[in-house]
Design a protein. Structure first.
Lengths: 111, 113
């Protein structure tokens, strides 16, 4: 069984479009995250949700908005996509001691 | 800026050799974790060391933590080609129920068969 899944795996789109990436975890964790990994492999936390409340919001453009319909899901919506948004986006959930369980990643390419 | 900085940025060794990666961080932590990322994949948790621990082992992995120097090291003994991956350290600070976790920049390890 997949612990943390996200879809789609690849997303290619034009500048200015709006897109969403979905994430689901079946681990029963209370906290979920979105990370962005750029071409240099730097991994930056974007958001985290704990019990449906946003508790960390790093300096991310407000074009990015997380949506959590329930504890097992944390979707990422991106409006007006820009070239610089091209990256790999990872969803994760955390368990005991903050150990992170990552999804397989979504490679976003903005043309 | 990144909380953790790994050193070296890249490391190439022969199969059977040991690989050592270092991580430095800047603030107080509750624990420090190491993750591995294979190309095109998500990160996988390897080992966690609490702030009151100095050394921890898991199979071929050995992690040390020096909170006075704000540094940690990951040693992989008897490396295998399958160990080829990027390795990241991540520091965790529990803050009023939050689990702020910050990743370093990673070390790319290449193990030559």
């Amino acid at each position: 069984d997949t612990a943390v899944s996200q879809t789609p795996k690849y997303l290619v789109t034009q500048m200015g479009n709006d897109k969403s990436i979905k994430c689901e975890q079946n681990l029963g964790h209370d906290t979920m995250y979105w990370y962005k990994q750029d071409s240099k492999k730097f991994l930056k936390i974007m958001f985290s949700y704990n019990n449906k409340e946003l508790i960390i919001n790093e300096t991310v453009p407000n074009r990015f908005s997380p949506k959590s319909p329930d504890k097992a899901h944390l979707n990422l919506h991106i409006n007006s996509l820009e070239l610089g948004d091209s990256a790999v986006y990872f969803c994760a959930s955390s368990g005991y001691q903050g150990t992170q369980y990552f999804g397989p990643g979504t490679r976003l390419t903005v043309l | 800026s990144q909380q953790g900085e790994e050193d070296p940025q890249a490391l190439s060794i022969q199969e059977g050799e040991n690989a050592t990666m270092n991580c430095s961080y800047k603030t107080s932590i509750n624990n420090l974790q190491w993750y591995r990322q294979n190309s095109g994949r998500g990160l996988v948790h390897l080992i966690l060391i609490r702030s009151n621990e100095r050394e921890k082992h898991s199979g071929r992995l050995r992690v040390t933590l020096d909170t006075s120097k704000k540094s940690s090291s990951l040693l992989i003994t008897a490396s295998r080609a399958a160990d080829t991956a990027s390795y990241f350290c991540a520091t965790v600070l529990f803050d009023t129920g939050r689990r702020a976790l910050t990743f370093g920049s990673g070390t790319r390890l290449q193990v030559q068969p």
